[in-house]
Design a protein around this ligand. Structure first.
Ligand SMILES: Cc1cc2nc3c(=O)[nH]c(=O)nc-3n(C[C@H](O)[C@H](O)[C@H](O)COP(=O)(O)O)c2cc1C
Length: 168
């Protein structure tokens, strides 16, 4: 894990190459095995490979989702606020597990923020996605996690800010 975290970066450029089903299955299983408050698992993950759908998803907010349109696969991570008050925490864990397992399998990934973002003045990014992708009416989209084979090289961060940790 430490080795992976030392080299890991967000990847927004992907090879034009599909991700094998076996890898997707492993990534999804890892995410579904994430811890959740009181074991409620108040989430759902949509796996999207269709190019037209990925392009639609990349329009969920005005900036910051271009990488989704060109990714071979993206997951929509949505939570069910009526099922758990801490759905945001639970869905954040699922999102990062998707990313870290993708990295473990030699893939790159990037998180696209959806919660608290707007499609336009009147429509939240989550509502846009629910309508554009036919998601459940009672869910809230937290993130889009795009994954694929890396088409950009980035060095791991050189230093870690030690002032962020206080040991007493
Ligand atoms: C909660 C969260 C939201 C993010 N939202 C976006 C986003 O909408 N678009 C994007 O391009 N990157 C997004 N990122 C990726 C960050 O920009 C990236 O993690 C950060 O710049 C640090 O770079 P690194 O991951 O390569 O270390 C997000 C990351 C997190 C954890």
């Amino acid at each position: 894990m430490l080795e992976m975290m030392r080299s890991r970066r967000s990847i927004r450029k992907f090879e034009d190459k599909p991700v094998e089903k076996e890898k997707l299955d492993v990534i999804i299983e890892c995410a579904l095995r994430s811890p959740s408050s009181m074991g409620k698992r108040p989430w759902k993950i949509w796996t999207v490979k269709d190019r037209a759908d990925l392009e639609k998803m990349s329009k969920a907010k005005p900036h910051g989702l271009d990488f989704v349109a060109k990714a071979p696969v993206a997951f929509i991570v949505a939570g069910y606020p009526d099922a758990a008050d801490v759905w945001i925490e639970d869905c954040s864990i699922v999102s990062i597990v998707l990313q870290l397992e993708a990295e473990m399998l030699g893939l790159g990934s990037c998180w696209g923020q959806i919660r608290r973002r707007m499609y336009d003045e009147n429509t939240s990014s989550s509502d846009y996605l629910k309508s554009a992708m036919g998601l459940d009416a009672d869910c809230e989209v937290l993130s889009i996690i795009a994954i694929g084979y890396k088409a950009e090289e980035k060095k791991g961060h050189s230093g870690i800010p030690s002032e962020k940790v206080i040991i007493k």
